[in-house]
Design a protein around this ligand. Sequence first.
Ligand code: SAM
Length: 235
Amino acid sequence: MNEHGLSQRLAQVGAEVPEGARLADIGSDHAYLPVALMLAGKIDYAVAGEVVKGPFASACKQVAKNGLAEKVVVRLADGLDAVVAEDAIDTVTIAGMGGTLITSILEKGRQGQRLRGDERLILQPNVGERNVRRWLQDNHYQIVAEHILEENDKIYEIIVGMPQPPQQPLSYSEKELFFGPFLGVEKNPIFIKKWQREQKNRLRVLDQLQQAENPPREKIAAMRQQLAWIEEVLP
Ligand code: SAM
């Protein structure tokens, strides 16, 4: 992969970035996404935030190599601390991390007022998608789009949130948080493949839990509930 040819996963994240956006890409190893979007003329300005020095240096190199230092600003910072008010960011991408890390970055950003609450959020958790949806719901974001794709034998979900006026509270069901309000309705072949895999994994875990010396009742009940939901969505 390079700045011209994004992976299918990052290309799908980029496809959700609006034309003319002022983007903050948090966890921007190599700055591939902001550089590709800038080279394509899709965005006006970007901050590429990285907390680890090695990937930060790679991102700086990538930006310099493409002569974009004035338009793609690389900052070494934890999460949304990379962003300042003058950046006037309107779109945030956070991709390629666990859902718990993504929500902790968003929560810290909200508490530290780096996130205003009116940005478009494009999130690609590698695991823990349910946590991400729950955070969006709890913070008055409506899920406006979801994508699922397979690349190199891995299945990825992309979740897009847009701010919702607090006077219109959102309430997704537990099942919608689990499968995704769009993905669970669309049920495309990759979604089916993902949940067939998850069913196998959960059956194995359930078996292990049941064989424990002191079987954890609550965990077993939760696992059974999830397996019942999975059975319902599978053909
Ligand atoms: N976003 C790119 C992608 O999707 O291909 C890179 C994903 S890479 C697996 C995750 C990156 O996030 C790493 O470079 C890591 O250093 C960075 N990261 C992890 N926690 C972070 C944080 N709190 N703030 C900024 N960057 C973070």
